[in-house]
Design a protein around this ligand. Structure first.
Ligand SMILES: Nc1ncnc2c1ncn2[C@@H]1O[C@H](COP(=O)(O)OP(=O)(O)O)[C@@H](O)[C@H]1O
Ligand SMILES: [Mg+2]
Length: 634
């Protein structure tokens, strides 16, 4: 399955007749498009969307500027011919694809209701489920604070309560129907899921419940209750063989909070859907986010969708979900998002900082000399001209010019979307709806593609707003801090020493340990083994990096660790502290290495053991457990 993106360009920058086609499967390792405003990023993404949809890959696209929604408007056949494209392509698009424009919190297009309660599937892996519950509770609490004015002093306790409650319901396979239901449970919980008193006074609990309830009335209601419930399986379902392109028209959301919240929920849903599909090498879905910077910004600012997006970028390839992101301002996007992308399309870039921000990407893909040449060319590239950098392509560096679109490229306003819908209604294509109607009419796919002549609206192309992230000035400082954070979780002591210890000849089966060192090495190996139970160090390091160490994922792990340690009899509990027992560990190790009597200096072994434990840094989660310190403070 290959996607026709345009034509190769020769050394002098002139387009040739040679078509540039790329296999869809390389995009499973994700793509980022860079370029100044007007360089053609959105058009390029729309070309990929058109091609993929014709090939049967469904799309979910976030449209912050309103120019993706025009995928619903077929181009004039004359124009298509003028640009050398066969009319057959236009017909194919018309016959094989249908476009839905969702307008959150509005009935101008198709309303869509988001409900922050996402329950993992009962079959979900424990770790995945925990991540999802964690993410939904976090998102919900964030919106309660930002949208309903819940005091931020509630944050951690509200989070703990909601997380524990949801987890209990999920584990008992009981449903939480919606926000109202959650608000009810908080006041009276038949399952008694949480020791509520531990976190919230009665009045606080009542306040939290009311805060949740307030999301279901007034303007919030539009977002949370209006329209069809967001359901990925339904969204991407083919109808009579036609593949859907779902455009989320974000301009109907008026504040950053609303947009962020909406995207967070969508991302959570997508994640949940993804992990329930099981892995796939074949592309299953394209998730496109245009102008991603405000949703996944660089620095320490963490708008709602950021963590969820990064999680999706990290994991999506396993599940055949193609992520495509575009930005005019790469330095304003979290570089970790780019690290997950394997193909880059770079168009004209006029701003020096933006060129600098992508220099290392080009260098990594092209080597220093070629990279310098490419970067030099960027300011003078014409609109629609790109360099494709991808180790997955036969030619790892390829200049090309995009083909013309099969659809119009216009920036639609909310009213345009409304008129489109009205045109569809008056043509009898979709049911008449009134703003009060909360159910989206069943849109028959074969009729969704509006006849181009039914729409006669002159649309002024709005200049996309230039983004001014609030954190611009502090950016350097912030990324420095992030770097420090990155370095933190690799403690000097434990891991390195444990590793060295492990590299020593295996001790199991050795009849007579000759020295303290062997016993210590065995102890160290034992400790590491414990650290690897269930999630292992990788997972823990990940948690530390994400700053999620405190609660409740850490707690979750802590319990697993506690149980394993208790079961194996290697530790005991002191209150909530898990304390590893030197004697027991030592005995265990001795049994393992077949020694009945200790013929080494126990005092020295113990001292060394304590030293290992004590030199552990707090930042390292596993060592924190080994130290037996409580980390349930939050
Ligand atoms: N139907 C079309 N097909 C291909 N390119 C188009 C079409 N309409 C306009 N363009 C080109 O796309 C450019 C705008 O690109 P766009 O993708 O909106 O930029 P960006 O997203 O990088 O800001 C215009 O300058 C124009 O040359
Ligand atoms: Mg654009």
């Amino acid at each position: 399955m290959s996607l026709f993106l345009g034509y190769e360009v020769d050394k002098d920058g002139n387009p040739t007749d040679k078509r540039l086609e790329i296999p869809a499967k390389i995009l499973v390792r994700h793509m980022a498009a860079f370029g100044s405003t007007g360089s053609g990023k959105t058009v390029l993404a729309k070309i990929i969307i058109e091609e993929a949809a014709i090939e049967g890959i469904p799309i979910i696209a976030l449209d912050p500027q309103g120019d993706i929604a025009s995928l619903i408007k077929l181009a004039d056949p004359k124009v298509i011919e003028e640009h050398g494209l066969p009319l057959k392509m236009l017909r194919e698009y018309k016959d094989k694809v249908y476009v839905k424009i969702f307008t959150p919190a509005s009935t101008k297009g198709l309303p869509i209701c988001i409900d922050p309660i996402v329950f993992p599937d009962a079959k979900a892996e424990h770790e995945d489920a925990i991540r999802l519950l964690d993410n939904s509770s976090r998102t919900l609490v964030r919106v309660l604070i930002k949208v309903t004015g819940l005091p931020s002093s509630y944050e951690s306790k509200a989070f703990a309560v909601i997380y524990e409650l949801m987890k209990n319901y999920w584990q008992k396979e009981k449903e939480i129907k919606d926000l109202k239901h959650l608000a009810d449970i908080l006041v009276e919980d038949p399952l008694n899921s949480v020791d509520y008193g531990k976190y919230l006074k009665d009045a606080e609990r009542e306040r939290l419940s009311q805060s949740i309830r307030s999301l279901t009335i007034g303007t919030s209601e539009l977002l949370f209750e209006l329209g069809e419930r967001l359901d990925i399986t339904k969204l991407i379902k083919k109808e009579k063989g036609r593949t859907p392109i779902n455009v989320f028209f974000l301009k109907t959301l008026t504040t950053d909070e609303e947009r962020h919240f909406f995207i967070s929920i969508l991302v959570n849903r997508l994640y949940d859907w993804m992990i329930n599909q099981g892995s796939s090498k074949k592309p299953r879905l394209i998730f496109f986010i245009d102008e991603i910077a405000p949703f996944c910004p660089s620095g320490t600012v963490k708008p709602g969708p950021k963590e969820g997006l990064k999680l999706i970028f990290r994991q999506a390839r396993k599940y055949g979900v193609i992520c495509i992101i575009a930005t005019q301002s790469p330095k304003d996007v979290d570089y970790k998002a780019f690290e997950q992308m394997n193909t880059y399309a770079i168009g004209r870039i006029t701003a020096r900082q933006s060129r600098e921000a992508i220099e290392h990407i080009v260098t990594a893909g092209a080597g220093e000399t070629r990279a310098a040449k490419i970067i030099n060319k960027l300011p003078r590239l014409e609109a629609g001209n790109f360099v494709l950098v991808s180790p997955d392509l036969k030619k790892d560096i390829q200049f090309f010019k995009t083909r013309w679109l099969l659809t119009e490229h216009e920036t639609l306003t909310e009213n345009d979307v409304r008129k489109l819908k009205e045109a569809l209604i008056s043509a009898g294509i979709i049911e008449v709806t009134t703003p009060e109607v909360t159910k989206v009419p069943e849109v028959k796919p074969e009729e969704v593609q509006p006849p181009t002549e039914a729409i006669d609206t002159k649309i002024e192309i709005e200049k996309p707003a230039t983004m001014k992230p609030k954190e611009k000035i502090k950016d350097k400082e912030i990324s420095k801090k992030e770097d420090i954070l990155e370095e933190l979780p690799t403690p000097k002591m434990s891991e390195e020493e444990l590793e060295t210890a492990l590299k020593r000849p295996r001790i199991v089966g050795v009849k007579t340990p000759s020295s303290n060192e062997d016993v210590i090495a065995a102890l160290a190996a034992r400790l590491e083994e414990l650290g690897h139970t269930e999630f292992g160090l990788e997972f823990l390091r990940d948690l530390v990096k994400k700053g999620q160490l405190k609660y409740p994922v850490a707690r979750e792990w802590y319990y697993i660790e506690v149980n394993t340690a208790l079961k194996t009899g290697l530790a005991h509990l002191e209150g909530e502290k898990l304390v590893y027992d030197f004697e027991k560990l030592l005995k265990n190790v001795m049994d393992e290495i077949d020694v009945s009597e200790l013929n080494v200096d126990e005092h020295r072994v113990r001292k060394k053991f304590e030293k290992i434990i004590k030199s552990a840094k707090r930042a390292n989660f596993i060592e924190y457990i080994l130290l037996g310190r409580p980390f349930l403070k939050y």
